[in-house]
Design a binder for this molecule. Structure first.
Ligand code: NDP
Length: 452
Protein backbone atom coordinates (compact mmCIF):
# COMPACT_ATOMS: atom_id res chain seq x y z
CA UNK A 1 0.00 0.00 0.00
CA UNK A 2 1.24 3.47 -0.86
CA UNK A 3 1.51 5.33 2.41
CA UNK A 4 2.57 8.62 0.81
CA UNK A 5 0.15 11.40 -0.02
CA UNK A 6 0.23 15.12 -0.79
CA UNK A 7 -1.81 15.87 2.29
CA UNK A 8 -2.90 13.97 5.37
CA UNK A 9 -6.14 15.26 6.91
CA UNK A 10 -6.94 14.25 10.48
CA UNK A 11 -10.66 14.50 11.13
CA UNK A 12 -13.67 13.99 8.89
CA UNK A 13 -15.90 16.77 10.21
CA UNK A 14 -16.75 20.07 8.54
CA UNK A 15 -13.16 21.37 8.36
CA UNK A 16 -11.52 18.09 7.36
CA UNK A 17 -14.08 17.20 4.71
CA UNK A 18 -13.99 20.66 3.14
CA UNK A 19 -10.19 20.60 2.96
CA UNK A 20 -10.01 17.05 1.62
CA UNK A 21 -12.67 17.63 -1.02
CA UNK A 22 -11.21 20.92 -2.27
CA UNK A 23 -7.64 19.53 -2.25
CA UNK A 24 -8.75 16.47 -4.23
CA UNK A 25 -10.59 18.72 -6.69
CA UNK A 26 -7.26 20.50 -7.24
CA UNK A 27 -5.70 17.12 -8.02
CA UNK A 28 -3.93 16.43 -4.72
CA UNK A 29 -3.54 12.90 -3.34
CA UNK A 30 -5.46 13.04 -0.06
CA UNK A 31 -5.59 10.60 2.87
CA UNK A 32 -8.20 11.35 5.52
CA UNK A 33 -8.35 9.72 8.96
CA UNK A 34 -11.70 9.52 10.76
CA UNK A 35 -12.39 6.75 13.27
CA UNK A 36 -15.98 7.88 13.92
CA UNK A 37 -18.80 8.87 11.58
CA UNK A 38 -18.05 11.15 8.64
CA UNK A 39 -19.51 14.61 9.13
CA UNK A 40 -18.16 15.17 12.65
CA UNK A 41 -20.05 17.04 15.33
CA UNK A 42 -22.09 19.23 12.99
CA UNK A 43 -23.68 16.43 11.00
CA UNK A 44 -23.96 13.80 13.71
CA UNK A 45 -24.25 15.49 17.11
CA UNK A 46 -24.58 19.21 16.40
CA UNK A 47 -26.06 21.60 13.85
CA UNK A 48 -27.99 19.09 11.74
CA UNK A 49 -29.85 17.07 14.41
CA UNK A 50 -30.23 20.28 16.44
CA UNK A 51 -31.91 22.02 13.52
CA UNK A 52 -34.22 19.02 13.14
CA UNK A 53 -35.23 19.36 16.81
CA UNK A 54 -35.65 23.11 16.38
CA UNK A 55 -37.94 22.58 13.40
CA UNK A 56 -40.04 20.11 15.38
CA UNK A 57 -40.18 22.58 18.26
CA UNK A 58 -41.31 25.27 15.81
CA UNK A 59 -44.18 23.03 14.71
CA UNK A 60 -45.22 22.55 18.32
CA UNK A 61 -45.26 26.31 18.75
CA UNK A 62 -47.15 26.77 15.48
CA UNK A 63 -49.90 24.44 16.72
CA UNK A 64 -50.45 26.64 19.74
CA UNK A 65 -50.49 29.80 17.64
CA UNK A 66 -52.93 28.13 15.25
CA UNK A 67 -55.35 27.34 18.07
CA UNK A 68 -54.97 30.85 19.43
CA UNK A 69 -55.90 32.45 16.09
CA UNK A 70 -58.98 30.25 15.76
CA UNK A 71 -58.12 26.91 14.15
CA UNK A 72 -60.34 24.11 15.34
CA UNK A 73 -57.55 21.64 16.10
CA UNK A 74 -56.19 19.78 19.06
CA UNK A 75 -52.53 20.33 19.86
CA UNK A 76 -50.59 17.12 20.33
CA UNK A 77 -47.26 16.00 21.70
CA UNK A 78 -44.38 14.95 19.49
CA UNK A 79 -43.80 11.20 19.31
CA UNK A 80 -40.15 11.70 20.25
CA UNK A 81 -38.99 8.19 19.31
CA UNK A 82 -40.66 8.39 15.89
CA UNK A 83 -39.13 11.78 15.21
CA UNK A 84 -35.67 10.63 16.30
CA UNK A 85 -35.89 7.81 13.77
CA UNK A 86 -36.65 10.33 11.01
CA UNK A 87 -33.91 12.68 12.27
CA UNK A 88 -31.31 9.95 12.33
CA UNK A 89 -32.30 8.73 8.85
CA UNK A 90 -31.71 12.28 7.59
CA UNK A 91 -28.32 12.40 9.33
CA UNK A 92 -27.39 8.99 7.88
CA UNK A 93 -28.20 10.20 4.37
CA UNK A 94 -25.92 13.22 4.87
CA UNK A 95 -23.11 10.94 6.07
CA UNK A 96 -23.53 8.62 3.11
CA UNK A 97 -23.42 11.47 0.65
CA UNK A 98 -20.10 12.65 2.10
CA UNK A 99 -18.68 9.13 1.80
CA UNK A 100 -19.83 8.90 -1.82
CA UNK A 101 -18.36 12.30 -2.64
CA UNK A 102 -14.96 11.37 -1.16
CA UNK A 103 -14.99 8.06 -3.05
CA UNK A 104 -15.78 9.79 -6.32
CA UNK A 105 -12.86 12.18 -5.82
CA UNK A 106 -10.44 9.38 -4.96
CA UNK A 107 -9.82 10.50 -1.37
CA UNK A 108 -8.48 7.61 0.69
CA UNK A 109 -10.52 7.40 3.90
CA UNK A 110 -9.03 5.43 6.79
CA UNK A 111 -11.45 4.69 9.63
CA UNK A 112 -8.76 4.79 12.29
CA UNK A 113 -7.38 7.38 14.70
CA UNK A 114 -4.00 8.79 13.70
CA UNK A 115 -1.27 10.22 15.87
CA UNK A 116 2.01 11.98 15.19
CA UNK A 117 5.29 10.10 14.99
CA UNK A 118 6.99 13.27 13.76
CA UNK A 119 5.75 16.46 12.10
CA UNK A 120 5.14 14.80 8.73
CA UNK A 121 4.43 11.23 9.76
CA UNK A 122 1.17 9.97 11.21
CA UNK A 123 0.69 6.45 12.55
CA UNK A 124 -2.66 4.69 12.28
CA UNK A 125 -3.23 1.05 13.16
CA UNK A 126 0.56 0.50 13.26
CA UNK A 127 1.19 1.90 9.77
CA UNK A 128 3.09 5.14 9.12
CA UNK A 129 1.75 7.64 6.59
CA UNK A 130 3.81 10.56 5.30
CA UNK A 131 3.01 13.79 3.48
CA UNK A 132 4.50 17.27 3.13
CA UNK A 133 1.22 18.74 4.41
CA UNK A 134 -0.71 17.68 7.50
CA UNK A 135 -4.08 19.26 8.33
CA UNK A 136 -5.45 18.93 11.85
CA UNK A 137 -9.23 19.11 11.93
CA UNK A 138 -10.14 17.13 15.02
CA UNK A 139 -12.80 19.53 16.28
CA UNK A 140 -13.85 19.97 19.88
CA UNK A 141 -15.55 18.15 22.73
CA UNK A 142 -17.83 19.31 25.54
CA UNK A 143 -16.05 21.03 28.42
CA UNK A 144 -16.35 19.08 31.67
CA UNK A 145 -15.97 20.35 35.22
CA UNK A 146 -14.72 18.56 38.29
CA UNK A 147 -17.63 19.70 40.45
CA UNK A 148 -19.07 17.06 42.80
CA UNK A 149 -21.66 15.00 40.95
CA UNK A 150 -20.59 16.44 37.58
CA UNK A 151 -20.94 12.98 36.06
CA UNK A 152 -24.70 13.08 36.68
CA UNK A 153 -25.13 15.66 33.92
CA UNK A 154 -25.33 14.88 30.24
CA UNK A 155 -23.84 17.11 27.54
CA UNK A 156 -25.18 17.87 24.07
CA UNK A 157 -24.11 14.40 22.87
CA UNK A 158 -26.26 12.99 25.68
CA UNK A 159 -29.17 15.19 24.60
CA UNK A 160 -29.03 13.76 21.09
CA UNK A 161 -28.98 10.24 22.53
CA UNK A 162 -32.22 10.77 24.52
CA UNK A 163 -34.86 8.27 23.48
CA UNK A 164 -37.72 10.06 25.20
CA UNK A 165 -38.48 13.63 26.19
CA UNK A 166 -37.46 14.31 29.78
CA UNK A 167 -40.18 15.92 31.90
CA UNK A 168 -38.06 18.29 34.03
CA UNK A 169 -34.73 19.61 32.82
CA UNK A 170 -32.08 21.80 34.42
CA UNK A 171 -29.58 23.33 32.01
CA UNK A 172 -26.24 24.76 33.15
CA UNK A 173 -24.79 27.47 30.92
CA UNK A 174 -25.91 30.52 29.00
CA UNK A 175 -24.29 30.11 25.60
CA UNK A 176 -25.45 28.83 22.22
CA UNK A 177 -26.14 25.26 23.29
CA UNK A 178 -27.84 26.09 26.58
CA UNK A 179 -30.36 28.51 25.07
CA UNK A 180 -30.98 26.39 21.98
CA UNK A 181 -31.72 23.24 23.98
CA UNK A 182 -33.80 25.20 26.50
CA UNK A 183 -36.02 26.53 23.71
CA UNK A 184 -36.43 23.16 22.03
CA UNK A 185 -37.23 21.27 25.21
CA UNK A 186 -39.71 23.89 26.43
CA UNK A 187 -41.53 24.05 23.10
CA UNK A 188 -41.78 20.26 23.13
CA UNK A 189 -43.40 20.32 26.56
CA UNK A 190 -40.63 19.93 29.15
CA UNK A 191 -40.36 22.03 32.29
CA UNK A 192 -37.04 23.84 31.79
CA UNK A 193 -34.84 25.77 34.19
CA UNK A 194 -31.78 27.53 32.80
CA UNK A 195 -29.02 28.32 35.28
CA UNK A 196 -26.41 30.73 33.92
CA UNK A 197 -23.57 32.39 35.78
CA UNK A 198 -23.58 35.46 33.45
CA UNK A 199 -26.15 37.06 31.18
CA UNK A 200 -27.27 34.90 28.30
CA UNK A 201 -25.05 34.93 25.21
CA UNK A 202 -22.47 37.11 26.88
CA UNK A 203 -20.40 37.42 23.69
CA UNK A 204 -23.28 38.93 21.73
CA UNK A 205 -24.77 42.42 21.86
CA UNK A 206 -26.27 42.78 25.35
CA UNK A 207 -29.78 43.60 24.03
CA UNK A 208 -30.04 40.12 22.56
CA UNK A 209 -29.39 38.18 25.75
CA UNK A 210 -31.71 40.44 27.76
CA UNK A 211 -34.49 40.15 25.20
CA UNK A 212 -34.08 36.38 24.96
CA UNK A 213 -34.23 35.96 28.71
CA UNK A 214 -37.50 37.94 28.85
CA UNK A 215 -39.03 36.03 25.93
CA UNK A 216 -37.99 32.67 27.40
CA UNK A 217 -39.57 33.53 30.72
CA UNK A 218 -42.74 34.42 28.83
CA UNK A 219 -42.67 30.88 27.44
CA UNK A 220 -42.43 29.40 30.93
CA UNK A 221 -38.68 28.78 31.05
CA UNK A 222 -37.27 29.61 34.47
CA UNK A 223 -34.03 31.55 34.01
CA UNK A 224 -31.74 32.03 37.01
CA UNK A 225 -28.91 34.40 36.14
CA UNK A 226 -25.82 34.92 38.25
CA UNK A 227 -25.79 31.39 39.66
CA UNK A 228 -22.57 29.41 39.65
CA UNK A 229 -23.39 25.74 40.04
CA UNK A 230 -20.97 24.05 42.43
CA UNK A 231 -22.38 20.54 42.56
CA UNK A 232 -25.03 18.14 41.34
CA UNK A 233 -26.77 15.70 43.65
CA UNK A 234 -29.34 12.94 43.33
CA UNK A 235 -32.24 12.51 45.73
CA UNK A 236 -35.30 10.29 45.61
CA UNK A 237 -37.25 12.90 43.62
CA UNK A 238 -34.53 13.58 41.02
CA UNK A 239 -31.39 15.61 40.38
CA UNK A 240 -30.62 18.85 42.20
CA UNK A 241 -28.20 21.68 41.51
CA UNK A 242 -26.30 23.23 44.37
CA UNK A 243 -25.46 26.85 43.56
CA UNK A 244 -22.88 29.17 45.06
CA UNK A 245 -25.65 31.55 46.17
CA UNK A 246 -26.69 28.85 48.65
CA UNK A 247 -29.84 27.91 46.73
CA UNK A 248 -30.76 24.42 45.58
CA UNK A 249 -32.51 24.11 42.23
CA UNK A 250 -34.49 21.09 41.13
CA UNK A 251 -35.67 18.41 41.07
CA UNK A 252 -34.89 17.43 37.48
CA UNK A 253 -35.05 14.24 35.45
CA UNK A 254 -32.05 15.41 33.48
CA UNK A 255 -29.34 17.99 33.95
CA UNK A 256 -27.65 19.19 30.77
CA UNK A 257 -24.23 20.76 31.06
CA UNK A 258 -23.60 23.26 28.24
CA UNK A 259 -20.60 25.19 29.50
CA UNK A 260 -18.59 25.46 26.33
CA UNK A 261 -16.47 23.20 24.18
CA UNK A 262 -12.72 22.67 24.16
CA UNK A 263 -10.38 21.82 21.27
CA UNK A 264 -9.91 18.08 20.90
CA UNK A 265 -6.22 17.25 20.53
CA UNK A 266 -6.12 14.49 23.14
CA UNK A 267 -5.16 11.58 20.92
CA UNK A 268 -2.98 13.42 18.39
CA UNK A 269 0.34 13.25 20.18
CA UNK A 270 1.14 16.84 19.16
CA UNK A 271 4.18 16.75 21.45
CA UNK A 272 5.86 14.36 18.98
CA UNK A 273 5.65 17.07 16.34
CA UNK A 274 6.46 20.06 18.58
CA UNK A 275 3.17 21.80 17.79
CA UNK A 276 2.40 24.77 20.06
CA UNK A 277 -0.91 24.80 21.93
CA UNK A 278 -2.64 27.82 23.44
CA UNK A 279 -4.16 28.33 26.88
CA UNK A 280 -7.33 26.41 26.09
CA UNK A 281 -5.46 23.59 24.38
CA UNK A 282 -6.13 24.97 20.90
CA UNK A 283 -3.56 24.54 18.13
CA UNK A 284 -2.15 28.02 17.70
CA UNK A 285 -2.37 29.19 14.09
CA UNK A 286 -1.68 32.33 12.09
CA UNK A 287 -4.06 33.88 9.58
CA UNK A 288 -3.07 31.26 6.98
CA UNK A 289 -3.93 28.48 9.48
CA UNK A 290 -0.23 27.54 9.78
CA UNK A 291 0.61 25.97 13.12
CA UNK A 292 3.97 26.60 14.78
CA UNK A 293 5.41 23.73 12.69
CA UNK A 294 5.91 24.33 8.94
CA UNK A 295 3.63 22.14 6.85
CA UNK A 296 1.20 21.46 9.71
CA UNK A 297 -2.10 23.37 9.73
CA UNK A 298 -5.12 23.46 12.01
CA UNK A 299 -8.70 24.33 11.09
CA UNK A 300 -12.14 24.45 12.61
CA UNK A 301 -12.86 24.13 16.35
CA UNK A 302 -9.38 22.76 17.05
CA UNK A 303 -7.72 26.11 16.34
CA UNK A 304 -10.05 27.88 18.77
CA UNK A 305 -10.77 30.87 16.49
CA UNK A 306 -14.50 30.68 15.76
CA UNK A 307 -16.24 27.37 16.40
CA UNK A 308 -18.78 27.53 13.60
CA UNK A 309 -19.28 25.00 10.81
CA UNK A 310 -19.35 27.49 7.91
CA UNK A 311 -16.13 29.05 9.24
CA UNK A 312 -14.47 25.63 9.30
CA UNK A 313 -15.63 24.89 5.76
CA UNK A 314 -14.55 28.27 4.40
CA UNK A 315 -11.14 28.06 6.10
CA UNK A 316 -10.61 24.51 4.80
CA UNK A 317 -11.38 25.49 1.23
CA UNK A 318 -9.10 28.51 1.43
CA UNK A 319 -6.27 26.39 2.77
CA UNK A 320 -6.66 23.84 -0.04
CA UNK A 321 -6.76 26.69 -2.58
CA UNK A 322 -3.54 28.06 -1.10
CA UNK A 323 -1.68 24.75 -0.99
CA UNK A 324 -2.92 23.15 -4.23
CA UNK A 325 -4.91 25.72 -6.17
CA UNK A 326 -2.23 28.27 -7.04
CA UNK A 327 -3.64 30.95 -4.70
CA UNK A 328 -0.71 31.72 -2.38
CA UNK A 329 -2.57 34.44 -0.46
CA UNK A 330 -5.82 32.56 0.08
CA UNK A 331 -6.99 32.72 3.69
CA UNK A 332 -10.24 33.24 5.51
CA UNK A 333 -11.13 36.72 6.70
CA UNK A 334 -12.65 36.13 10.15
CA UNK A 335 -14.16 39.62 10.34
CA UNK A 336 -17.89 39.96 9.74
CA UNK A 337 -18.77 36.31 10.31
CA UNK A 338 -22.56 36.13 10.63
CA UNK A 339 -23.98 33.83 13.29
CA UNK A 340 -27.45 32.57 14.12
CA UNK A 341 -28.51 31.16 17.47
CA UNK A 342 -31.44 28.79 17.01
CA UNK A 343 -33.18 29.93 20.15
CA UNK A 344 -36.95 30.48 20.33
CA UNK A 345 -37.20 32.93 18.67
CA UNK A 346 -33.91 32.86 16.73
CA UNK A 347 -31.15 35.41 17.00
CA UNK A 348 -29.05 36.73 14.13
CA UNK A 349 -25.92 38.79 14.53
CA UNK A 350 -23.08 40.07 12.41
CA UNK A 351 -20.27 42.45 13.28
CA UNK A 352 -19.65 44.46 16.44
CA UNK A 353 -21.85 44.66 19.50
CA UNK A 354 -22.79 48.17 20.61
CA UNK A 355 -20.47 47.89 23.62
CA UNK A 356 -17.50 46.77 21.51
CA UNK A 357 -18.17 49.52 18.98
CA UNK A 358 -18.32 52.20 21.71
CA UNK A 359 -15.09 50.92 23.21
CA UNK A 360 -13.36 51.11 19.83
CA UNK A 361 -14.98 54.22 18.32
CA UNK A 362 -16.34 56.21 21.28
CA UNK A 363 -18.65 59.07 20.31
CA UNK A 364 -18.50 58.20 16.64
CA UNK A 365 -21.00 55.41 17.22
CA UNK A 366 -24.68 55.83 16.34
CA UNK A 367 -27.28 53.20 17.19
CA UNK A 368 -30.68 52.59 15.64
CA UNK A 369 -33.19 50.25 17.25
CA UNK A 370 -36.59 48.77 16.54
CA UNK A 371 -38.88 46.88 18.90
CA UNK A 372 -42.21 45.45 17.92
CA UNK A 373 -44.59 42.56 18.35
CA UNK A 374 -44.61 40.33 15.24
CA UNK A 375 -47.95 40.21 13.46
CA UNK A 376 -48.66 36.53 14.13
CA UNK A 377 -47.96 36.93 17.83
CA UNK A 378 -50.29 39.92 17.92
CA UNK A 379 -53.02 38.03 16.10
CA UNK A 380 -52.64 35.17 18.56
CA UNK A 381 -52.64 37.48 21.57
CA UNK A 382 -49.13 36.46 22.52
CA UNK A 383 -47.11 39.01 24.41
CA UNK A 384 -43.47 39.78 23.77
CA UNK A 385 -41.39 42.02 21.62
CA UNK A 386 -38.70 41.28 19.12
CA UNK A 387 -35.77 43.63 18.70
CA UNK A 388 -33.49 44.78 15.93
CA UNK A 389 -30.47 47.00 16.04
CA UNK A 390 -27.96 48.68 13.76
CA UNK A 391 -24.60 49.84 15.09
CA UNK A 392 -23.06 52.50 12.85
CA UNK A 393 -19.84 54.47 12.92
CA UNK A 394 -18.50 57.73 11.54
CA UNK A 395 -20.04 60.64 9.67
CA UNK A 396 -21.19 58.34 6.88
CA UNK A 397 -22.72 55.91 9.44
CA UNK A 398 -21.15 52.74 8.08
CA UNK A 399 -22.94 49.75 9.57
CA UNK A 400 -20.49 47.72 11.62
CA UNK A 401 -23.00 45.68 13.61
CA UNK A 402 -26.45 44.29 12.83
CA UNK A 403 -28.36 42.31 15.44
CA UNK A 404 -31.85 40.96 15.84
CA UNK A 405 -34.04 38.53 17.72
CA UNK A 406 -37.39 37.42 16.39
CA UNK A 407 -39.18 34.99 14.10
CA UNK A 408 -37.42 34.73 10.74
CA UNK A 409 -34.18 36.30 11.98
CA UNK A 410 -32.34 33.06 11.09
CA UNK A 411 -33.21 33.35 7.40
CA UNK A 412 -33.06 37.15 7.35
CA UNK A 413 -29.45 37.50 8.40
CA UNK A 414 -27.63 36.06 5.41
CA UNK A 415 -28.55 38.80 2.95
CA UNK A 416 -27.93 41.56 5.46
CA UNK A 417 -24.53 40.02 6.23
CA UNK A 418 -23.60 40.53 2.56
CA UNK A 419 -24.55 44.19 2.81
CA UNK A 420 -22.58 44.71 6.03
CA UNK A 421 -19.56 42.96 4.57
CA UNK A 422 -19.73 45.18 1.50
CA UNK A 423 -19.63 48.27 3.72
CA UNK A 424 -23.27 49.36 3.59
CA UNK A 425 -24.17 52.67 5.24
CA UNK A 426 -27.28 53.51 7.22
CA UNK A 427 -28.38 55.71 4.30
CA UNK A 428 -28.15 52.70 1.94
CA UNK A 429 -30.56 50.84 4.19
CA UNK A 430 -32.97 53.81 4.33
CA UNK A 431 -32.74 54.15 0.53
CA UNK A 432 -33.84 50.54 0.10
CA UNK A 433 -37.56 50.17 -0.47
CA UNK A 434 -39.14 48.19 2.35
CA UNK A 435 -40.99 44.92 1.81
CA UNK A 436 -44.30 45.28 3.59
CA UNK A 437 -45.55 43.79 5.84
CA UNK A 438 -42.52 41.87 7.04
CA UNK A 439 -40.28 41.92 10.07
CA UNK A 440 -37.23 42.43 7.87
CA UNK A 441 -38.49 45.84 6.73
CA UNK A 442 -37.70 47.18 10.21
CA UNK A 443 -34.01 47.08 9.28
CA UNK A 444 -34.55 49.56 6.44
CA UNK A 445 -37.03 51.82 8.21
CA UNK A 446 -35.60 52.25 11.70
CA UNK A 447 -34.97 55.79 12.85
CA UNK A 448 -32.05 56.98 14.89
CA UNK A 449 -32.73 57.12 18.61
CA UNK A 450 -32.59 60.62 20.06
CA UNK A 451 -29.22 61.16 21.73
CA UNK A 452 -27.72 57.85 20.61
P1 NDP B 1 -20.58 28.95 24.55
O1 NDP B 1 -19.16 29.31 24.47
O2 NDP B 1 -21.54 29.52 23.57
O3 NDP B 1 -21.13 29.29 26.00
C1 NDP B 1 -20.58 28.72 27.14
C2 NDP B 1 -21.47 29.06 28.31
O4 NDP B 1 -21.07 28.27 29.43
C3 NDP B 1 -21.38 30.51 28.71
O5 NDP B 1 -22.66 30.95 29.09
C4 NDP B 1 -20.43 30.46 29.92
O6 NDP B 1 -20.68 31.46 30.84
C5 NDP B 1 -20.84 29.14 30.52
N1 NDP B 1 -19.78 28.53 31.35
C6 NDP B 1 -18.51 28.28 31.05
N2 NDP B 1 -17.89 27.67 32.05
C7 NDP B 1 -18.80 27.53 33.03
C8 NDP B 1 -18.78 26.98 34.32
N3 NDP B 1 -17.68 26.42 34.81
N4 NDP B 1 -19.92 27.01 35.06
C9 NDP B 1 -21.05 27.56 34.56
N5 NDP B 1 -21.14 28.10 33.32
C10 NDP B 1 -20.02 28.09 32.58
O7 NDP B 1 -20.56 27.36 24.54
P2 NDP B 1 -21.63 26.27 24.12
O8 NDP B 1 -21.24 25.04 24.86
O9 NDP B 1 -23.01 26.76 24.26
O10 NDP B 1 -21.34 26.08 22.57
C11 NDP B 1 -20.01 25.74 22.14
C12 NDP B 1 -19.72 26.34 20.81
O11 NDP B 1 -20.42 25.62 19.81
C13 NDP B 1 -20.19 27.79 20.64
O12 NDP B 1 -19.23 28.70 21.07
C14 NDP B 1 -20.44 27.87 19.18
O13 NDP B 1 -19.26 28.29 18.57
C15 NDP B 1 -20.80 26.47 18.76
N6 NDP B 1 -22.24 26.35 18.52
C16 NDP B 1 -22.80 27.06 17.51
C17 NDP B 1 -24.14 26.98 17.28
C18 NDP B 1 -24.74 27.80 16.19
O14 NDP B 1 -24.01 28.26 15.32
N7 NDP B 1 -26.05 28.01 16.20
C19 NDP B 1 -25.03 26.12 18.06
C20 NDP B 1 -24.34 25.43 19.11
C21 NDP B 1 -22.99 25.55 19.33
P3 NDP B 1 -19.87 32.84 30.84
O15 NDP B 1 -20.56 33.71 29.83
O16 NDP B 1 -20.02 33.30 32.24
O17 NDP B 1 -18.45 32.49 30.47
Amino acid sequence: MDTKADVLVVGGGSAGLATAIRAAQHGAAVTLFEPRELGGTCVNRGCVPKKAMWLAAGLAEAQQLAVAVGFDIETGDLDWAKFITRREAYVARARTSYGDHLDALGVRVLRQPAHFVDAHTLRADGIDYRAPHVVLATGSRARTTRMPGGGLAIDSDGFFALQARPGRVGIIGGGYIAVELAGVLRALGAHVELISRSRLLAHFDADLGHALSALMQGQGIVHKQGCAVRGIGRRADGLWLDCADGELYGPYDRVISAIGRVPDVASLGVEHAGIALGEDGEVVTDKFENSSVPGVYALGDVNGKRALTPVAIAAGRKLADRLFGGEPDAHLDYACVPSVVFSHPPIGSVGCSEAAARERHGDEVRVHRARFTPMLWSLAGREGQTRMKLVCVGAEQRIIGLHGIGPGMDEMLQGFAVAVRMGARYADFLDTVAIHPTSAEEFVTMRQEPGS
